[in-house]
Ligand binder design. Structure first.
Ligand code: MN
Length: 271
């Protein structure tokens, strides 16, 4: 049909903030469909909060695709690392999309110890003042939405952006120290929504960025190394319907196609 998409060992994606109006769920689903990988790490804040009523059709489609990938026949290991926004998700996720949820995830690849952790652990503000800061985040996400509608509020957003990004070096430095303490040579975070790579004393820190800002990014890990990718829309990806009214049918699709039928299918496989 068409050429095989690039095959990676691991793909890392974070901060999709499903349920937020600024979430680029459709684009994230495209990335998963257009690439091949043996392991997928959802590195936290995939949900903006646990209010499922806010999920749109595209948001359910993303979850449906995760569920599909977690089918053992696919031979993809799907790992969900909890963030500050999807904190407390473990039970729901393991049932809803059939993936395991971790606080942090350690693995080895090419003899290199890897560690994935969302990153809010290294942001003093978040840890000490959880409620205030999650309010701050939803406020920030709402402002971005206003910006998308072209309201004259861009200056305030710029100032908030600068503030938000100030947290990025803090998370980077906390993560690098944490990696050092825990014997990891590569550490992967999200949380800051800014994709970066920083090397310090032989330890590499990578941030996967996010899916709510103008830059949509993800990481891949392979034998040659780690790469930061920026998602760019292909012409044939576009499908602008994102109406909340379609949520019910998207939910039905999710339970029918991604859920029950596949369970029945793979129960019969081992015989
Ligand atoms: Mn976060």
């Amino acid at each position: 049909m068409n050429m095989d998409p690039p095959a990676y060992n691991t793909l890392v994606l974070s901060d999709l903030h499903l349920g937020a109006e600024t979430s680029h769920a459709r684009e994230a689903t495209c990335v998963l469909k257009q690439n091949q990988f043996r392991r997928l790490i959802l590195l936290g804040d995939i949900f903006a909060d646990l209010n499922f009523a806010r999920l749109t059709k595209e948001h359910w489609k993303f979850l449906g695709y995760i569920r599909k990938l977690s089918n053992p026949k696919r031979n993809v290991e799907v790992i969900w690392v909890e963030g500050n926004h999807d904190h407390g998700l473990a039970n729901i996720m393991s049932h809803l999309v059939g993936v395991r949820v971790y606080q942090e995830y350690k693995w080895e690849f090419c003899g290199i110890p890897h560690l994935a952790i969302h990153g809010h652990q290294f942001d003093g503000f978040q840890v000490n003042r959880v409620r205030l800061s999650s309010f701050g985040t939803s406020f920030y996400l709402r402002l971005q939405k206003l910006d998308m509608k072209g309201q004259p509020i861009a200056r305030l957003i710029d100032r908030l952006n600068t503030r938000w990004l100030r947290m990025s070096p803090k998370v980077a430095s906390g993560a690098l120290s944490y990696a050092h303490q825990h014997g990891a040579t590569r550490i992967f975070c999200g949380h800051t929504h800014e994709a970066v790579h920083i090397e310090r004393d032989g330890i590499n820190y990578y941030n996967a960025g996010g899916w709510v800002d103008s830059r949509l990014t993800y990481l891949t890990i392979d034998e040659p190394g780690v790469r930061i990718h920026e998602y760019r829309e292909r012409v044939d990806d576009s499908d602008s319907s994102q109406e909340r009214g379609e949520t019910d049918s998207a939910f039905a699709d999710f339970t029918n196609h991604a859920g029950l039928l596949e369970n029945v299918e793979y129960e019969g496989v081992g015989r």
